[in-house]
Write a protein that binds this ligand. Structure first.
Ligand SMILES: [Zn+2]
Length: 383
């Protein structure tokens, strides 16, 4: 458990697998299967586990003995049972035996961090003002936040998950995060070297979509759109995160929406999705609105542009839902309604008629909880 690996981000099954199956592969697969079953069910017996996983009683007993020795599984006591014979001993993941650190670097003004339990609940919360720090100064603030959280943890730490803005490769190197002045920054290695803990770094929207899947009830084919200072998205297809050829899947903020112009964007183009939807732009437009009807129209137009941008994505990928993350006072209401209406009118009703567009219920902690979900997935194989 000591080697940082991006196992949580293994990209599904390849179409042409070439490696031979080795015994250790099935061992780690069976181990993850048992942990996953315990994580979701809890309070089950060895016999229940054998039934649920299809593994033999002997295999289950061996795996459980090993997991108890690692302190990852605990015996809860015996089942109250009217049946004759020896009552079954109930097992669970050791939910209080480990904690996870989650870091959210996505906000333009502050770095956020938390100590989380294995169920994704936040036990300790820390906020560090960014004060426009960039480059190494921003790295130093991240390292200090991690050290602060390590000191605040009250149980052994399973690992550190980090949601970073920008484009992040599968090894946790931030290829580009202009707002933090980072390029080719090996953040995962730097944090692992500094803390001696397993670390997983991913793009903030990719972390957020994992949180929605693990803790927010997202379906397996979901796009989570983060709307804040910029606009990004995380994609889950068949329950597997999608990263794309250059780790930039979901980078929809600088896609031009429509052919009818729009406002100039910082990237040099005109009418990018961000110019319609980014929160500072929306707030500026709303501040100039004379009345409630005008405000509503501004929000509806932003939602319509989002729908126009997403319709081909929904059609191409056959998504079941689009989840929005950002300030609910702006996004929930006319904007979400207009986005859904636009998606409905622009896609095929027989396939996409029951598509849902909704706000996340995870609020502003979504990236931090997604970072914890990455650690759970990477270290234990559970989600
Ligand atoms: Zn742009």
């Amino acid at each position: 458990m000591s080697t940082p690996t991006p196992a949580g981000y293994a990209t599904g099954r390849t179409l042409r697998p070439s490696a031979k199956s080795l015994p250790e592969h099935s061992r780690s697969h069976n181990r993850a299967l048992v942990l996953q079953t315990l994580y979701r069910a809890g309070g089950v017996s060895r016999a229940d586990l054998a039934r649920a996983t299809g593994l033999t009683r002997v295999t289950i007993s061996d795996l459980i003995a090993q997991l108890i020795a690692e302190d990852l599984v605990v015996e809860l006591g015996q089942r109250e049972d009217a049946r004759p014979g020896k009552p079954a001993t109930l097992l669970d993941i050791n939910r209080t035996g480990f904690q996870i650190l989650g870091l959210d670097l996505s906000d333009h003004a502050e770095l956020r961090g938390g100590v989380l339990d294995l169920d994704g609940a936040i036990l300790e919360h820390r906020v560090v003002p960014l004060q426009n720090a960039v480059g190494q100064a921003a790295v130093d603030k991240v390292l200090a936040l991690a050290a602060d959280l390590i000191a605040a943890a009250t149980a052994p730490i399973l690992g550190i998950g980090v949601g970073s803005p920008g484009v992040v490769d599968l090894g946790g190197t931030v290829l580009s995060a202009p707002n933090l002045g980072w390029a080719d920054l090996p953040l995962q290695r730097l944090l692992a070297d500094a803390t001696g803990l397993p670390v997983l770094v991913a793009n903030d929207a990719n972390a957020a979509v994992l949180a929605e899947h693990s803790f927010g009830g997202a379906l397996s084919d979901t796009m989570l759109v983060t709307i804040g200072h910029g606009v990004g998205a995380g994609l889950l297809l068949g329950g597997t995160p999608l990263f794309g050829s250059r780790f930039a899947a979901g980078e929809i903020g600088h896609v031009v929406v429509g052919t009818d112009g729009g406002e100039p964007c910082a990237c040099g183009k005109v009418g990018c999705l961000e110019t319609w939807l980014a929160i500072p732009r929306l707030e500026a437009k709303l501040a100039g609105a004379p009345d409630a009807a005008a405000r509503r129209e501004i929000l509806r137009e932003a939602g319509e542009r989002l729908g126009i941008a997403l319709a081909p994505v929904v059609g191409a990928l056959d998504l079941a839902e689009v989840v929005l993350s950002g300030p609910a006072d702006l996004l929930d209401g006319p904007l979400t309604e207009a986005a859904l209406e636009t998606l409905r009118t622009r896609t095929m009703a027989e396939f996409h008629g029951d598509l849902a567009v909704r706000m996340t219920a995870l609020g502003q902690d979504i990236v931090m909880r997604g970072a914890a979900a990455m650690v759970l997935s990477g270290q234990l194989g559970v989600s």
